[in-house]
Design a protein around this ligand. Sequence first.
Ligand SMILES: Cc1ncc(C[n+]2csc(CCOP(=O)(O)OP(=O)(O)O)c2C)c(N)n1
Ligand SMILES: [Mg+2]
Length: 279
Amino acid sequence: MAGNPKIADIGALKEIARDLRCDILDMTTRAGSGHPSSSFSSVEICTALFFGGVLNYRSDKPDWPERDRFIMSKGHAAPLLYAVLARAGYFDKSELRRLREIKSPVQGHPIKGTMPGVEATTGSLGQGLSTGIGHVLGARLNRLDYRVYVLLGDGECEEGQVWEAAMAASHFKTDTLTAVLDYNKYQETGPIAREMALEPLVKKWQSFGWEVFEADGHDFKDLLKKLNAAKSEKQKPSIIVAHTVKGKGVSFVEADYTFHGRVLKGEQAEQARKELLCE
Ligand SMILES: Cc1ncc(C[n+]2csc(CCOP(=O)(O)OP(=O)(O)O)c2C)c(N)n1
Ligand SMILES: [Mg+2]
């Protein structure tokens, strides 16, 4: 049974991306905390996955056994995950207004079981790829036909567990696993190259036994081409190293990495709404 919702064309994907950025901005400004710049960075990646025909899912049946799994390993981008899930129909958009409230199911980092569509508890960076491998092995045991997608941050790749998972994935020939690496070149405290360099990143993943693609992480055509190519891989796990801009869409956030974990307030939020063309 195919579970794929209506596939949007590139023009429609761009509109969805704009709407998602506006939702992220509104949610985090209202909450007064959260990670808008990390969320903005991955908007096109998640839009391509959920609305570009890559992921197989049914929002009316969140526990459908054959659904593809999406794991937001960079869990601080929870506002993006919630905005995407609401847009996909997992729950009403009004829930977004409860971000980070005490006892709200829309917590600052995703918790499995709190909102439909949240597949894994994340936020402690470095763990999501291992969870993804578990889902692939579970599919084999249960003879289920689904794929697993994991969104990683580049700072997250400074965690040792990511590389242990990278080894395990190729050892177990997890060909139904695709990681997408949001390579925005910054982590919390500064540039990756200064804090703990990852280059040569493509060669590293290749040497760990992965099929590696590079993409412009804000270009739908390029992203969809690489995500669809990854689906044909029959032996190895695959990764899309997606070059992105942290804070994408808001000029003064793009220009200043100290916006990590900082929300936009007052005039800044107004300026951002204008730049993003929010209604
Ligand atoms: C294990 C762990 N250590 C530290 C943190 C604190 N932390 C939250 S976000 C972040 C930076 C992550 O950078 P990156 O993966 O590049 O994500 P980006 O925001 O750039 O998309 C850090 C260090 C954490 N959440 N988990
Ligand atoms: Mg980063």
